[in-house]
Design a protein around this ligand. Structure first.
Ligand SMILES: OC[C@H]1O[C@H](O[C@H]2O[C@H](CO)[C@@H](O)[C@H](O)[C@H]2O)[C@H](O)[C@@H](O)[C@@H]1O
Length: 610
């Protein structure tokens, strides 16, 4: 059983796939050839499911950071005899302009270990396991490395140290002295591709430098946010960029599958797909953190992926594979015991067949926010967006599974109605760009109907708040989005009362927010939800309660791990990070709330000056 805390992991990405490296220097998660491909290392989810560790022997003091403006990880390991620095990255490719994030990524993990003082004893263990730990590949020594072959996968490990092979594991111990460096590279191929050669030491150093430059160039060109918590906002921008599948512009919700929302309760899901909701919120957050000039790729990919669905009367699918795949059928992997025995491990996600009406609003709101970047939308994309608005107008009264993808009965979720309202609100504003001026009057009427319904049927006297669904008295953090999407000002008495009710009655003892406490058709109790805690800070900032907003924000920020990463949730008892990791939602919340608090601070200063 994997016992390593989720917070012990750091993310590497080549904007095609992701690697998780532990504080101890072990790669315990890596999928090829893309985020949602089968893993070659998955010790995170099962002891026998593969790892590649480079660790310093003896009592070690570890500190880590990302090199500034990059997703290149630097781990410093100090012992009584000396200290070594390990650099870990996934290689970036090149385009005609030089360095490039992702389009041409070659699918290589780079590791470079240097002894910087004294001597250090190093242990290396390489145990690839293909198809989520199902296949124990054949390992064969080659000049300068090891070839692993099994099923459809081939891995070429380039290593200057000779490893002794024992079945499907290869190991060695080496001693490094001050000034010595060893470089490793691991390249994936499909068995029908021509097997590449091992990489020379100098080539690996060059690839690493190119990757550092690639990330730093991206950061310098994109990271414009100046305000409080600047470092966290910039780093979150890098994390969101790292979750982008650059060949299409699709964005995964997180880098992992089946890290549980509650230990041992079965709430384990695969997040390596593109939800329209998560991806659109990511693009909007990147607009604040990193001016995404990639937004148009996403929208045209999205329009293509969903091609003709709406026109055929089929509800817009809520999530896709990163290539645009529709069928994401869920299955279980019984040979994996799961993180801390949290079974089942799932791949695929049954939510692909759910009906979730909020996606229309998220899509059109992202287009509205990013309109400068997407002004040159092609006809296919424009028609698609008009159909999205029409779909919101047609379907808003229907019941659905809601933002939280509840696996229970469909309901009239308030958030779904809210986002249908937002879809029409945005479509009206964008009508000119969309070439849809003739529809404005019809859209306006329905927008008003939705508004009336939310204000009357969404409010509960008993709860003193807007609630989860029409006719319900249960609190739900998603209604904090009402002021955030400009449905009601946060200073409206009903909104203030809702914000206070959530702050008082939907939080744990640390002030972190649960998304809801009502039944959702699943067993077990999950943790608090970081995105919702950031929403609370955001709504408090909009209500002019800047002190409270800062406090809520800072509280959520204490859960950022040593390298600035957040999972989806926090365990209210153990205080550990829970859920898939790193999770776009949490970093989106961080960016948006920091920005909202900075804006509220500016408003406060202006009032004082006047
Ligand atoms: O809680 C049950 C559901 O949990 C997952 O959904 C959550 O993650 C999604 C991706 O970030 C997000 O879009 C959604 O709002 C969250 O509730 C899971 O993917 C679902 O299959 C599951 O029903």
């Amino acid at each position: 059983m994997s016992n390593v805390p989720i917070a012990d992991y750091a993310l590497l990405s080549d904007c095609r796939s992701a690697t998780l490296v532990s504080r101890g220097g072990s790669i315990d998660w890596l999928c090829f050839p893309r985020f949602d491909g089968p893993s070659v290392f998955a010790r995170l989810l099962g002891e026998q499911a593969g790892h590649w560790s480079i660790s310093v022997d003896g009592e070690v003091n570890v500190s880590r950071r990302y090199l500034t403006g990059t997703m290149v990880l630097e781990t410093t390991m100090r012992t009584r005899t000396g200290h070594a620095v390990l650099l870990d990255a996934m290689a970036m490719g090149r385009n005609e302009r030089g360095h490039d994030l992702g389009v041409n990524s070659p699918g290589i993990v780079l590791r470079s270990l240097a002894c910087e003082s004294g001597t250090v004893d190093i242990s290396i263990e390489y145990a690839p396991r293909f198809e989520y730990g199902l296949i124990f590949p054949l390992l064969r020594p080659i000049q300068g490395g090891i070839l692993a072959r099994g099923g459809a996968d081939v891995l070429v490990l380039s290593t200057p140290a000779e490893l002794s092979i024992d079945g499907s594991v290869a190991r060695t111990h080496i001693t490094l002295r001050a000034g010595e460096r060893v470089n490793f590279a691991l390249q994936h191929q499909m068995c029908w591709e021509q097997t590449s050669q091992v990489h020379r030491q100098a080539e690996i150093s060059d690839d690493l430098q190119d990757t550092i430059k690639g990330w730093q160039t991206w950061s310098v060109l994109h990271q414009k946010y100046e305000g409080p918590w600047r470092e966290h906002v910039h780093h979150s921008g890098c994390v969101l960029q790292a979750l982008m599948f650059r060949p299409t512009g699709a964005i995964v919700a997180a880098a992992t599958t089946s890290l549980p929302e509650a230990v041992g309760e079965g709430r384990n899901w695969d997040y390596r797909y593109t939800w329209i909701r998560d991806a659109c919120l990511t693009l909007e957050a990147l607009w604040i953190a990193a001016c995404p000039d990639e937004a148009h790729w996403f929208f045209s990919w999205m329009a293509g992926a969903a091609a003709t669905q709406i026109r055929r009367g089929v509800a817009l699918q809520i999530m896709f594979g990163v290539g645009g795949e529709h069928d994401l059928s869920e299955r279980q992997l019984p040979h994996l015991e799961g993180w801390r025995n949290s079974r089942p491990v799932r791949v695929g996600n049954g939510a692909w067949e759910q009906r979730q009406l909020d996606v229309y609003g998220e899509l059109l709101n992202a287009v509205r926010r990013l309109r400068d970047q997407v002004s040159g939308l092609d006809d296919v994309s424009r028609n698609f967006l008009i159909e999205v608005a029409d779909a919101a107008a047609t379907h808003w009264q229907e019941q659905d599974q809601g933002i939280w993808e509840v696996r229970g009965a469909p309901q009239d979720f308030l958030y779904s109605k809210l986002m249908c309202w937002k879809a029409l609100d945005c479509a009206i504003e964008l009508a000119d760009i969309l070439g849809a001026n003739g529809r404005i009057e019809g859209w306006k009427k329905i927008r008003q109907n939705i508004r009336d319904a939310i204000l009357t049927r969404g409010w509960s006297e008993k709860a003193g708040a807007f609630t989860q669904a029409f006719g319900s008295d249960s609190l739900d953090a998603s209604v904090l989005m009402m002021p955030i999407v400009d449905f009601l000002p946060a200073t409206d008495p009903r909104m203030r009362s809702t914000i206070d009710a959530i702050a008082e009655r939907l939080t744990d003892e640390h002030g972190l927010v649960y998304r809801y406490r009502a039944s959702d058709g699943l067993g077990g109790e999950e943790g608090t939800f970081l995105l919702c805690t950031f929403w609370l800070a955001h709504a408090q900032a909009l209500a002019g309660e800047v002190g409270r907003a800062r406090k809520t924000f800072e509280q959520a920020l204490t859960y950022v791990n040593d390298v600035g990463l957040l999972a989806e949730e926090v365990d209210p008892v153990s205080n550990e990070l829970l859920g898939n990791f790193p999770q776009a939602f949490s970093h989106i919340g961080l960016i948006n709330a920091a920005w909202a608090i900075s804006q509220a601070g500016v408003r406060e200063e202006n009032v004082v000056l006047r």
